[in-house]
Design a protein. Structure first.
Length: 444
């Protein structure tokens, strides 16, 4: 109870600071399977990402930003509810069938809450929170939907992977390169609703497989000799261009000062067992998508709001995607109620430097099947899947000090047994409140 109360207070207190005469637009941009090292602002040299970099440079770059799972759908479940998805059984990706395979109907989404507050709500892109009629985005708080329901989709028309691209519940008969189409639809959504507060969830499937890139993009990166990396570069560049078009639209409509923008990836790049499934790079982080090592759960995490947040600032205390809901609600002037039991914290006063607290969270937690992690300050205790990285043997607890060892190379468990016990006890206590039956169809 103490945890929920402290979070509720943190989310409620700064409403007067953030809520103005006009409710701000909320733009939430999510990349899919993006490598941590694959943005210019993170040191990437072979793939220019000027528009994504601009979000970091015009806002706050959270250098210790996390997602709540190293896998697509559970991250999205936590992101849109503001709650650890393990609380409600959404621990793995949904199965292809089953009436309960998706975000439980008992959960309320950020779109539900903002819609109730007078926002127009739209999703452009990947849903991946259930494919049944009752799980459709327009039944989960979104007024408008353009995209696909599953976890992956072809980027070109006429291919077989994935479901139909939908506009609402109807076949959109889309013929454009899919990333371009998502950018176009996002711009159109802004144009339709520029006169009123809106929430746009722009969820790209780039740079997730299948590896499809337009010819122009491949030519642009002809100097990249690794074929997989070349395709990846073209896909990422197309996403960056699409984001640039959306930001240009906000500028043209003089909405920059009225729009709170978030950018994250849903997990780290899929570099399992030393391979590069999509050509991504997570350096200097160790590990991959589907591991609780840093390479699976630490992601690019940028928050931008012109005139309300400092530009070009870095924030180095741990934050998590669960915080996005609480932050957006506070900005919109929505009172967060204790019974919602949000695990996220309003980041506004922390990013603006107005909070008297030293950091948003005492600790962050992860559970993904047998894998786990807890981060408290600079210390991290982790058990991870050795089949998804270069380690061998069973899952055992390893202890790292991330301030000195962001690459998680130096296991300190034998030297710091008391710290291992302390972190394990904290995780065990958290875990007791995060046990729920897995919904039907759930699978790793």
């Amino acid at each position: 109870m103490r945890l929920f109360l402290s979070i509720a207070v943190a989310a409620l207190t700064p409403i007067a600071v953030w809520a103005g005469d006009r409710k701000p637009n909320i733009l939430l941009i999510v990349a899919d399977d993006l490598g941590y090292a694959d943005l210019g602002v993170h040191g990437c040299k072979d793939i220019p990402t000027p528009n994504i970099d601009a979000l970091a440079n015009t806002g706050v770059r959270c250098t210790n930003g996390y997602v709540s799972c190293p896998y697509c759908s559970p991250t999205r479940a936590g992101l849109l509810t503001g709650r650890y998805q393990t609380r409600f059984g959404h621990e793995f990706n949904p199965g292809p069938k089953g009436p309960d395979s998706g975000l439980p109907l008992t959960e309320t989404t950020l779109a539900d809450r903002l819609k109730a507050a007078g926002y127009v709500t739209g999703l452009v892109g990947k849903w991946h929170l259930g494919g049944s009629d009752k799980q459709h985005p327009q039944k989960r708080g979104f007024d408008e939907f353009f995209g696909f329901l599953g976890g992956a989709h072809t980027y070109f028309p006429g291919k077989t992977q994935g479901q139909t691209i939908l506009r609402g519940t109807k076949d959109a008969e889309e013929n454009a390169y899919l990333t371009d189409a998502f950018g176009r639809e996002a711009v159109a959504f802004v144009d339709r609703h520029k006169a009123k507060p809106f929430f746009l969830y722009l969820a790209f499937n780039a740079v997730h497989t299948p590896m499809h890139a337009p010819d122009a993009g491949l030519k642009k990166f002809a100097t990249i000799k690794d074929g997989q990396r070349q395709i990846y570069a073209a896909m990422l560049s197309a996403m960056d261009d699409a984001i640039g078009k959306v930001m240009d639209k906000l500028q043209a409509e003089k909405l920059e000062s009225d729009t709170l923008v978030f950018f994250i990836s849903d997990n780290g790049g899929p570099t399992m067992q030393g391979t590069t499934i999509n050509g991504s790079v997570n350096t200097p982080l160790r590990g991959s998508k589907r591991t609780t090592l840093e390479g699976g759960i630490r992601v690019p995490f940028f928050v931008s709001w012109k005139g309300r947040l400092p530009a070009g600032k870095t924030y180095d205390r741990p934050v998590i995607a669960l915080d996005i809901s609480a932050t957006a609600l506070a900005a919109a002037g929505v009172e967060v109620k204790p019974e919602w039991k949000l695990d996220g914290v309003n980041l506004g006063p922390f990013l603006s430097g107005e909070s008297s607290r030293s950091q948003p969270h005492d600790a962050l937690y992860w559970r993904f099947g047998a894998q786990m992690a807890v981060r408290q300050g600079d210390w991290k205790l982790v058990k991870y899947d050795p089949n998804a990285d270069d380690a061998k043997g069973p899952l055992v607890a390893r202890l790292y000090n991330l301030a000195d060892d962001v690459g998680e190379k130096n296991d300190l468990a034998s030297k710091e047994p008391e710290k291992v016990k302390e972190l394990q006890a904290a995780w065990d206590k958290w875990n007791k409140d995060n046990v729920a039956p897995l919904w039907g169809g759930g699978k790793k």
